[in-house]
Design a binder for this molecule. Structure first.
Ligand code: EPU
Length: 334
């Protein structure tokens, strides 16, 4: 176990914000975490992070930042059709996807190259290209702030679009230690999102490595690499609007993209709304709206969290002025 004081968080947040944590605790196992919580305990202020790929720090963190080094993929059970695995929360998400692809396990490939760690994937219900991680999760193993272990079955995690019970303020004291996934051992591809089929048509065979390659290429063409340009992926969630408002908008903007949800509600890509407001590629100070995907805000170099927040607020205000639609951050602002 590592317990350090006044620790730099620059390499623990993909926005690349230069802040520090008063204390930083990194643990290797559930037992180590439990022993710390029972013997030392945490003060009121603490924050459990993964890779910091969905966080925006606006100031130094005065409490304890926790980080899991519980890693690895363990097969619990398998037959000819399915495999059930248990994965450490500190495993890099994309390392897990890569493992699934190389072992011929189907289901996670559309989620290739999403930044972050496995623990955070289960909190945030990450999603891309028609798949959400909730579709694969069987159970979430946790330890709470008092050191008590509890396993939540997937159906009890309250999964919804980029949401779960683990994001509720009262669940802040529950730390994910491992996630159990169920994957297919026979092909079951999901190829209907956006340009996936068109891109796949350029390849002679459709198999897991090809789908992973295509998804990686699509992402790399649109989304900035956090190692080059600090960012946290989509900064905003795609808003859901009532059908009446959607229909009025569609008359005005016949080319507007949208996703049908149900009889009453339609989801509109926030990236399109932001682009329509003229923000694509525009900067405020050292923070900018990304040139190739307006849903992503980037740190042009040395930006403070406040500069990014100021840009986000300006974007929210102009989307509201033009469309009377409120967009909300997906990123956690600390
Ligand atoms: N669009 C624009 N301008 C833009 C961006 C998008 O017009 O600047 C349009 C696109 O042309 C397309 C539509 O909006 O018609 C949707 O765009 P895209 O497929 O890029 O997806 P998205 O809705 O913007 C969501 C997720 C992404 C995920 C993609 C692919 C959210 C908040 N974001 O973005 O997730 O990779 O779908 O499935 O739901 C993330 O969460 O960090 C993330 C990157």
């Amino acid at each position: 176990m590592k317990l350090l004081k006044d620790y730099p968080l620059l390499s623990y947040n993909t926005f690349g914000i230069d802040v520090r944590a008063a204390r930083f605790l990194e643990y290797q196992s559930e037992e180590e975490l439990q022993a710390f919580l029972l013997e030392e305990g945490l003060e009121a202020s603490y924050l459990h992070i993964g890779q910091g790929s969905n966080l925006l720090f606006t100031k130094d963190f005065e409490g304890t930042v926790l980080h899991s080094c519980i890693r690895g993929v363990e097969v619990l059970e398998e037959d000819d059709r399915r495999v059930h695995v248990r994965v450490g929360a500190g495993t890099l998400w994309d390392d897990f996807v890569s493992c699934c692809v190389s072992r011929g396990w189907y289901g996670a490939e559309n989620l290739s190259l999403i930044p972050g760690e496995v623990g955070a994937s289960a909190v945030q219900n990450i999603g891309a290209y028609g798949v959400e991680v909730k579709d694969l999760i069987e159970a979430v193993e946790t330890v709470d702030v008092h050191g008590i272990r509890r396993v939540y079955a997937g159906e009890t995690c309250g999964y919804a679009y980029r949401d779960s019970i683990f994001k509720r303020p009262d669940m802040k004291q529950v730390f994910v230690t491992r996630v159990r996934f169920s994957l297919d051992k026979t092909p079951c591809y999901r190829l209907d999102y956006g340009s996936i089929r068109a891109e796949l048509a350029k390849h002679p065979v459709i198999d897991l490595p090809t789908i992973r390659r295509v998804i990686v290429d699509i992402r790399q063409a649109k989304l900035p690499d956090p190692k080059v340009l600090g960012n946290a992926g989509s900064f905003f969630k795609n808003p859901v609007v009532p059908r009446r408002q959607f229909e009025t908008l569609l008359q005005q903007y016949p080319g507007m993209p949208y996703y049908e949800l149900d009889a009453d509600r339609v989801k509109i890509p926030a990236g399109w709304l932001i682009e329509q407001c003229g923000w694509k590629g525009k900067a405020l100070g050292r923070a900018s709206v990304h040139l190739r995907q307006a849903l992503v805000l980037v740190n042009l170099g040395g930006a403070t969290g406040h500069e990014i927040v100021a840009l986000a607020e300006a974007v929210v205000a102009s989307v509201y002025d033009r469309f009377q639609i409120e967009i909300h951050p997906e990123v956690n602002i600390i």
